[in-house]
Design a protein around this ligand. Structure first.
Ligand SMILES: [Zn+2]
Length: 176
């Protein structure tokens, strides 16, 4: 009985820790976007600022990232399919990822999300005293599914992040 209580304490601690880290991460990302957005406002001499017309606010940027729309115009889709991205916006022509190595950022988000989701699940299974087999199988499944599930959003949010930091490519003629 005491052992189960210990397990539940550990599970609850893990659960609350991940929740706290998750909430803090969301707040940090939102503040980061807000700050980058303000910096972007003052750097009107930069090349990208000139080509980008009406600048969306942090709220609509978040919404656009959630629904997978272009951070610049909010019309074109960031994703071609679940796993593949469009290279540029079909509406305003902005290049989403101008750098080749840009996939490392979203991949890190995928990994962290998968890790968080599996730890969360594992804590719940321990709390409800599920068998060791169930703990391993379900936690593994959630890790894999979570990593795949978050992929469209890790890519659209990363694109939004590139946009606010001025790292997203501006609209170019369709030569490349
Ligand atoms: Zn666009």
């Amino acid at each position: 009985m005491t052992e189960m209580t210990d397990n539940q304490t550990v599970a609850l601690t893990i659960f609350l820790t991940i929740t706290a880290v998750g909430v803090l991460t969301i707040i940090a990302v939102y503040l980061m976007v807000g700050m980058a957005w303000q910096d972007y406002d003052t750097s009107s001499d930069s090349a990208s600022a000139r080509s980008l017309a009406a600048r969306p606010g942090p709220g609509s940027l978040f919404y656009r990232a959630l629904v997978g729309k272009c951070p610049n115009c909010g019309i074109g889709k960031v994703l071609k399919s679940y796993f593949h991205m469009n290279s540029r916006c079909s509406s305003c022509g902005s290049v989403f990822w101008k750098n080749e190595g840009e996939w490392t950022g979203p991949m890190l988000i995928d990994f962290i999300f998968a890790l968080g989701a599996s730890l969360y699940t594992w804590a719940a299974l321990v709390y409800f005293d599920c068998s060791l087999t169930a703990q391993m199988v379900v936690t593994g499944l959630i890790a894999a599914l979570g990593g795949i599930l978050v992929m469209p959003w890790s890519r659209s949010f990363w694109t939004m992040f590139l946009f606010v930091t001025g790292e997203m490519g501006e609209a170019t003629d369709k030569t490349d």
